[in-house]
Design a protein around this ligand. Sequence first.
Ligand SMILES: [Fe+2]
Ligand SMILES: [Fe+2]
Length: 223
Amino acid sequence: MSNENQPDLGEDYIRLHKVMTRGIEVSKHSIDKYMNEEAMDELNREGFTNYIQSFSAVLHGHHMVEDQKIFPYFKDQLPEVPYPRLTSEHEIFNQGLQEINTATKELTAKNNELESLNLLKSGLNKVDKLWDAHIQIENTQLYGKIRSLDMDPEEMNKIGNESKEFFQAHSGPPYLVIPFVLYNLSLDDRKIISQSFPDEVINQLLFGDWKDKWTSMQPYLLK
Ligand SMILES: [Fe+2]
Ligand SMILES: [Fe+2]
């Protein structure tokens, strides 16, 4: 029998999908607002570019983890998942991310504001077009089934920690990525995810040197 109280890797990844789903929605909504001429002056450049940069880093790191850690690991236990389709969709997301990253650099440098917002929108649309169907497959056919595999808790922790380290190595900086993940989640989900960070990280985030680096994103984040 599976134990409902055991940590579940699949649920963590379903939560991470929620982070990125909100990231897409908030970014698209903000771009539309800023592209409206009257709202252009309201562009909170530092907060908005930090938010988009964090979104891009999380999405990139997440797909690297799936392609190189999660999919190979679960391939034999959950063989019905359409892994090649998911991986080829990650490629399309990457094309979107290239546009997003170029546009973010331009916006940071205060270059070609309107064109940059257009490019940002184009990149986000490439991701958004496939996103819901993509995570629907992953959530139902892969992450939602991990609990039923009745994995040994130690083994679950091992793959969980390996994936987390790999994600950290391919995303960042942590002072943007960690608050981006936490504060795009509801309070209940945030409480659960917070437990996977050491107290020093949370203290650093809320009271330490990191605080000044991410608070510009607050208008886009949940309280
Ligand atoms: Fe994916
Ligand atoms: Fe995913």
